[in-house]
Design a protein around this ligand. Sequence first.
Ligand code: ATP
Length: 355
Amino acid sequence: MQKYQIAVLPGDGIGPEVVQEGMKVLLKLQDLDTSFTFESTTFEWNSNYYIKHGRMMPNDGLEKLKTYDAVFFGALGDKRVEEHIPVWELIMPIRKQFQQYVNLRPIKQLNGITSPLQNEEPIDFYVFRENAEGEYSNSGGRIYDQTDQAMAIQNTIITKKGVERIATYAFDYARKNEISRVVSATKSNAIIHSMKLWDDVVNEVALDYDGIELDSIYVDALAAYFVNKPHTFEVLVASNLFGDILTDLGAALVGGLGLSPSANLNPERNFPSMFEPIHGSAPDIAGKKIANPIAQIWSAALMLEHFGRDDLAAKIMHAIEAVLVNGEVLTPDLGGNASTSEVGDAIIQELDKQL
Ligand code: ATP
């Protein structure tokens, strides 16, 4: 029997509400399938913790997390704490220290979901977003603050190694899945140093993959293509910022943030990988019990895939799609009036039917 240790970080706002549903689904799977079991430990490292202790996690927080097979994360963000604090004191340290340099974001139109586009063909592609460097760096600074000469420098860090490993991961995925085209998001006509290095390295990586075409497209044109011809994408590789923006747009095309999961992967498995919805803590709906838990539950499916249990992940996805197609138990973001836990329960009922 396979046994996994999962660190659970529910976070703030709707984070705990949707994580609860994700855990309910995992527990149900464990009941139904005896080949899989897990133990979980919940870490309440959130904005309340920060207000109490002046830090987002204990000194040895990363050491603690390191011993787990995966981190199952909700969302962080609370108006009492400055926005950059949870990002730079918890999320970024986990992503960077655990070398989770692949941020995988499926943009997939599930059965039962209508896109705001008049698309005839289904949208189904993977975005591999560079997750450890790029535009999201804390290198830089401000001088002459509060004066007319106020000045800020924000450095983008692009390294050969960093681009090589994300591009290789994307091309490997394409090869494994017999996909013949990889799109790279660039802007090397305007960002002539960092994006040019990005292009050079992606081109170099592509040479090792016979039969897979590399298509480098400017990110502004890509935004338009996401709307005009999203069905033409299968694998897209992008820098940290470009990937972040494009995937929020992608999410909007396939049902919104409530349906969009992500995996922060350390492919070498030297450290735990982390699974989380792409949405934030959604303070506007927190506590109302109306958050859509599907992005979080889908993230649990990505975690199972990472454990090599594609079979169990497929069961979760099948159950999610059955609930969507049925259309009776949906949260308000999808036009329904069900609560977060009612959607979780409906997915569990579908799992029961399958197993
Ligand atoms: P943060 O700063 O933590 O990212 P935010 O409110 O700026 O928070 P999101 O939390 O991603 O950004 O929310 C953006 C919008 O999407 C909000 O209106 C929110 O209510 C909605 N939203 C996000 N996640 C969900 C969800 N799971 N179910 C329903 N609506 C959601």
